[in-house]
Design a protein around this ligand. Structure first.
Ligand SMILES: [Zn+2]
Length: 318
């Protein structure tokens, strides 16, 4: 089953492969379609409706479905930390423990309950262990999952930089800090890109570590899969060798995988070969979209990345 077919299924479009698997044919989501007239390229994700609904890239498809409220409903969660849910250090500790992160682990990573914010504070350190910034992990069920200080640019940091500088093994890229913590605890060096988009600055940081082999282990959801695809293309263009890990279906992210099984899951990585995700003429548009400057399909691009503009894919990396 092709990844595009998987992706379509996830956004509520059921299709079949035609033209020796080159294309996927489905009922058009934009009109009352009795004879499937909606075609999607299984290589690029580009789509077209032969009944006149238009066409575009896969990201444009998702955005249009979203703007027309045709995406499968997602759960609504409160977005702003407030006083309506009383949280205490004790309930936060219990929540961490349920997720397999015990007191010792929290203290190894300097993670502490911050009663002012009502979240667990995660320190971001520099090469010498000095404080560079910080993030707060909100209790379960809240979005965004992480809060960052005003002015902090997520796209300029890789977590945990203080440990990454001495990593001797190939690095796993993950979305959130707790995913990274989990992998380090399992003995695997990991870097959180603090979102799902790898920025030019982060690519420069990765290059400065001297690692040419990277493994992508983004979240097991639609945004994570689109990000894996796009990051694969970008990082390969920058000369990295990319592997990726498909998480077992029942886990949403690597942090949900029991610590004892992490090594096993990660060992089933595969070389990421990608046939090109978006037509070249849509690429600039997509990159802007992934940075959160236009589109809103990302969950994480609420703060820093929207302000970060690189002058092109080689911008700061050159
Ligand atoms: Zn149509």
């Amino acid at each position: 089953m092709s990844e595009i077919l998987d992706l379509l299924l996830e956004i509520g479009i059921v299709g079949t492969e035609v033209s020796q698997g080159q294309q996927i044919r489905a009922d058009c989501p934009f009109h009352d379609d009795r004879h499937p007239s909606f075609y999607v390229s299984s290589g690029t994700g580009a789509w077209y409706c032969h009944a006149g609904c238009g066409g575009g890239s896969i990201v444009e498809l998702i955005q249009r479905l979203k703007s027309e409220k045709r995406l499968p409903q997602q759960r609504q969660v409160r977005t702003v930390p407030g006083r309506e849910i009383a949280r205490t250090a004790m309930s936060a500790l219990q929540e961490w423990q349920q997720r397999g992160i015990d007191r010792e682990m929290l203290s190894r990573w300097g993670m502490r309950w911050d009663s002012v914010v009502g979240a667990t504070r995660i320190p971001f350190l520099g090469v010498g262990g000095e404080s560079v910034s910080e993030a707060w992990r909100l209790p379960a069920g809240r979005v965004p999952k992480y809060l960052y200080p005003k002015g902090f640019r997520k796209s300029d940091y890789l977590y945990p930089w203080d440990r990454l500088v001495s990593a001797s093994d190939s690095i796993v890229l993950v979305e959130g800090p707790t995913d990274a913590v989990w992998l380090w605890e399992a003995g695997l060096p990991a870097a959180a890109v603090l979102g799902a988009f790898v920025s030019s600055t982060q690519i420069s940081l990765l290059r400065s570590l001297g690692q040419r082999i990277l493994t992508l282990c983004f979240d097991n959801d639609l945004a994570g899969r689109v990000a894996t695809w796009e990051s694969t293309r970008r990082l390969r263009e920058e000369g990295f060798i990319l592997f990726r890990v498909r998480l077992p279906k029942n886990y949403k992210d690597i942090q949900q995988v029991p610590l004892a099984q992490v090594g096993d899951v990660m060992s089933r990585r595969e070389l990421a070969v990608q046939r090109g995700f978006v037509h070249p003429q849509h690429r600039r548009w997509l990159l802007e979209d992934l940075r959160g400057e236009k589109g809103k399909i990302w969950r994480y691009d609420d703060a820093g990345q929207g302000r970060h503009r690189a002058s092109g894919r080689n911008g700061e990396g050159a």
